[in-house]
Design a protein around this ligand. Structure first.
Ligand SMILES: C[S@@+](CC[C@H](N)C(=O)[O-])C[C@H]1O[C@@H](n2cnc3c(N)ncnc32)[C@H](O)[C@@H]1O
Length: 506
């Protein structure tokens, strides 16, 4: 059976952004330090949805679920066990014929939309059209149950003041970029809207953005394409769940199998993907406390040089939105040589970095043990630091020669010259420690952000706290690893430099 999991087309660097997409390779458990409080909730009936499943089943012509019903959770509507469920039971089967895909765009609008509009926008247009039809829409029972304005918490819906809380995080800039892109998509589509004033006359940017946000937080990508899957999309997320949405092309259904037993009334949760809080927040509008998939990013933005060469004159490192500027100083007599070597050896082949004409990134993951093997501190970032702290052309040449002897990448082995190796890593350590300090200040300031007594603001402040705390956790682990690396190098050097003394001591 082909597997379909919620796949999120999220990419920190590219647009189009997120649609929930699912792929079976994302089956990794989240481990929460604090069990999310909603995950054991019992069903709080949602009477206004009692007619929903019967309506969908009549439309589909088959039974969709005999074990789930819609209820209210702390996080909007959710699905609950209406019978006891055993691991392996089928929770739901939603046939393709009651899913909404870009094929549902009105035939008179479809030819006017270019591929550049993207699937999210096409699904957003379907929602806007059906909203306009109101009760006469064949999808009315579904459309009217989607979250309303003000109920989406993705950061694109945050106010300026709310966004200030996450200014340290890359999500801040990503939110601005994302918002700018949505606006651009809207502006591109607007002429199409203008041709159908009877449908889109009242549609403003905010309406489009809301529909767009709905799709981004609840559309699924499968082998059959991207679509909204009514009923299944009332399932909330638990990163520790093994249940995902599967796609059975032969049977033409999307289905979910229980990964564990559920008691009557328990909330049933699935995993959308192994997403860090940055992604959950930007695309879905929630965070998971102590999310093990949190990663820190060091983003290097160099722009293009005059001849299309990489320009490293002002290298910006972003660690989840915090920008640290590391310049190769203009007065560094070796600057040109360093830039040349970096261009030739360091970046294009680095696997742990992401490069595009407009920037490059290094991903730092949590380093599990400070004595571990350095998993999490990208080789390319360490190589960069090694180049940065070279003080002679001989040192630089040695690095370049070493690179050609290996696979072309710089600094694959620890530097023979220990003092240089320690200095390079101390540079990274001081950067990371500086960031930790900045984050700590931001987290403290969250507690003094003026309370507006508004539930929405409180929810978003908690998300900001989770996001920043996740970043700090990763940064601390990187800092601990770097400290240990520098210390072990220094200790080793002492042993080699003064073997006699070492012998005497023992
Ligand atoms: C696919 S929908 C799930 C149904 C949704 N609760 C509703 O009311 O329609 C995804 C949205 O549910 C909410 N959600 C899902 N899992 C959550 C979680 N673990 N914590 C907080 N919010 C969650 C978020 O608002 C997210 O954007």
């Amino acid at each position: 059976m082909p597997s379909l999991t919620r796949v999120l087309n999220f990419n920190f660097f590219k647009f189009p952004p997120p649609i929930l997409s699912i792929s079976h390779h994302l089956f990794v458990k989240f481990h929460y330090c604090v069990p999310p409080h909603s995950f054991k909730v019992s069903r709080c009936p949602n009477e206004d949805c009692d007619d929903f499943l019967p309506w969908l089943e009549t439309k589909a012509g088959v039974q969709i679920s005999e074990v789930l019903s819609i209820g209210n959770s702390d996080f909007g509507r959710s699905l609950f066990a209406c019978k006891s469920i055993q691991a392996g039971d089928c929770l739901l089967k939603v046939p393709f014929n009651v899913q909404i895909s870009p094929d549902n765009v009105l035939p008179e609008i479809k030819p006017l939309l270019t591929d550049a509009a993207g699937t999210v926008a096409k699904l957003a247009i379907v929602i806007l059209v059906e909203q306009k039809k109101g009760q006469s829409s064949e999808w009315a029972p579904y459309i009217s149950r989607l979250p309303q304005h003000g109920e989406l918490h993705s950061t694109i819906f945050w106010s300026k003041k709310e966004l200030q809380m996450i200014q340290q995080s890359s999500v801040y800039q990503e939110t601005l970029n994302h918002e700018a892109q949505i606006r651009k998509v809207y502006m591109d589509i607007r002429p199409v809207f203008d041709r159908f004033p009877e449908i889109f006359e009242d549609v403003q940017y905010e309406n489009f953005k809301h529909a767009y946000g709905l799709v981004a937080s609840r559309a699924w990508e499968s082998t059959k394409g991207e679509s909204l899957i009514p009923f299944a999309d009332f399932l909330n997320h638990d990163g520790t769940s093994e249940s995902v949405v599967l796609c059975d092309i032969n049977e033409q259904v999307s289905e979910v199998i229980a990964d564990r037993d559920y008691l009557l009334g328990e909330e049933v949760l699935i995993r959308y993907g192994k997403f860090p809080n940055s992604m959950l927040l930007l695309d879905f509008g929630f965070t998971a406390p102590c999310n093990k998939y949190d990663q820190n990013m060091v983003f290097k933005n160099q722009g293009q040089g005059p001849q299309g060469s990489w320009r490293f004159s002002a290298i910006l490192f972003w660690i989840k939105g915090v920008t640290i500027q590391i310049d190769i100083p203009c007065n560094d007599p070796l600057r040109a040589m360093k830039l040349d070597i970096l261009q030739k050896h360091c970046l294009p082949k680095a696997k742990d970095a992401n490069f595009s004409p407009s920037g490059a990134s290094f991903v730092i993951k949590e380093v599990k043990s400070s004595k571990g093997k350095g998993k999490g501190i990208p080789q390319s970032l360490r190589a960069f630091a090694r180049i940065l702290c070279c003080t002679s052309s001989r040192e630089l040449n040695e690095l370049a020669v070493e690179a050609t002897r290996h696979d072309g990448r710089l600094a694959r082995d620890p530097l023979v010259k220990r003092s240089l190796e320690i200095r390079a890593h101390e540079i990274l350590l001081s950067l990371i420690d500086e960031l930790i300090e900045k984050y700590s200040v931001s987290i403290k300031s969250l507690h003094v952000v003026e309370s507006t007594n508004c539930r929405k603001f409180a929810i978003r402040r908690q998300m900001a706290q989770d996001l920043l705390a996740g970043d700090v956790r990763v940064l601390r682990s990187a800092s601990a690893w770097l400290k240990n690396y520098c210390k072990s190098y220094t200790d080793h050097e002492k042993t080699i430099v003064n073997p006699l003394q070492t012998q005497q001591q023992s």
